[in-house]
Design a protein around this ligand. Structure first.
Ligand code: FAD
Length: 285
């Protein structure tokens, strides 16, 4: 599993990078993971962040990354799929790799995840968000992969390669690299059916029997990432130190609510990192 890190940061947008820089400045060992381009990169022009103006979101984001990397921040490619609090530390599952850390900062931006009927109830009983974590459980069995991310086809191929019988459901045309052995259905999933475990999915056109459903979205809803997390609507509830209701777990940026703006994200990242670093120092002094 490797050495315990001080702070894991999930999301490398403005909030996550600001948290990473500020944690490093305070001498903390940090790992930061992100799984795709962030929202700011889509902005045509940003004029309201002090010190930078007449810039595209991408130019600004490149500056942020350059700054963070120059300070020693290494952005790692990976999607956090589960966080388990263990008293004084956390076990964070990033694409099946388990990493232990003293504190965690959630900086995942706004969550656009709309849960399907049956999804939350059957999570862990056939519904999975991670093929490398749970794939082996379904060797020799049937699984449906729902394509909602740029790399879902790779995960479908992986499941097929370890002996899972995979059906790939996608709104897009069949991906050219999808293995010939994977069955492809054009469409969507409307409902996951099952009493105690997954039994089938409903596409609106047909009912497909299956033992598992891999929901491969880019985003994971915050309250499915970690059990018991207190939300305020679709945002995470935090206090003025950016602490959530779970001790040692922080949230910063768009994920904590309005205004959904860059400067707020950057300052919340700083507050979360400073407070987390201070708590680590207090405990260790
Ligand atoms: C078109 C557009 C224009 C905008 N214009 C402006 C503007 O002019 N001024 C302004 O102040 N704001 C603007 N904004 C808003 C601004 O982009 C956001 O407020 C800011 O990006 C929020 O930063 P964040 O770090 O909280 O989240 P984000 O920038 O959304 O970054 C979150 C990161 O977390 C990653 N992530 C999510 N889930 C996971 C997971 N499970 N595991 C690993 N990584 C994960 C994502 O891939 C993403 O990279 C604009 C937004 C858009 C879309």
């Amino acid at each position: 599993m490797g050495e315990i890190v001080d702070i894991i940061i999930i999301g490398a947008g403005p909030a996550g990078l600001s948290a990473a820089v500020n944690a490093l400045v305070r001498g903390k060992r940090v790992r930061i993971f992100s799984n795709r381009d962030n929202n700011l990169s889509k902005a045509e022009r940003v004029d309201n962040h002090l010190g930078f103006y007449h810039m595209t979101g991408k130019e600004l984001m490149d500056k942020f990354k350059e700054h963070a990397e120059a300070m020693g921040v290494k952005i790692e490619d990976g999607k956090a799929v589960n966080i388990l609090p263990l008293g004084d530390s956390f076990m964070v599952n990033v694409n099946g790799q388990i990493i232990e850390s003293k504190k965690v900062i959630l900086a995942m931006g706004i969550s656009k995840v709309k849960e399907l009927p049956g999804e939350g109830r059957l999570l862990g009983n056939g519904v999975s968000y991670c093929s490398t974590c749970d794939g082996m459980l379904y060797r020799g069995k049937d699984a449906v992969v729902w394509d909602q991310s740029h790399d879902a086809w790779e995960e479908a191929n992986f499941l097929q390669s370890i002996g899972v019988n995979v059906t790939f459901i996608s709104n897009k045309p069949r991906h050219e690299n999808l293995s010939d052995n994977v069955k492809y259905i054009k469409g969507r999933i409307e409902e996951i059916i099952g009493e105690n475990t997954v039994e089938a999915v409903n596409t609106g056109e047909e009912i497909i029997k299956t033992d598992a459903v891999f929901m491969l979205r880019d985003a994971v809803a915050p309250d499915t990432l970690i059990e018991g997390l207190e939300l305020d609507g679709s945002f995470i509830s935090v206090n003025k130190y950016m602490e959530t209701n779970i001790p040692g777990l922080y949230a910063a940026g768009d994920i904590t609510g309005k205004p959904l703006q860059l400067s707020k994200a950057v300052s919340e990242g700083l507050i979360a990192a400073q407070h987390a670093a201070l708590q680590i120092d207090k405990k260790e002094s």
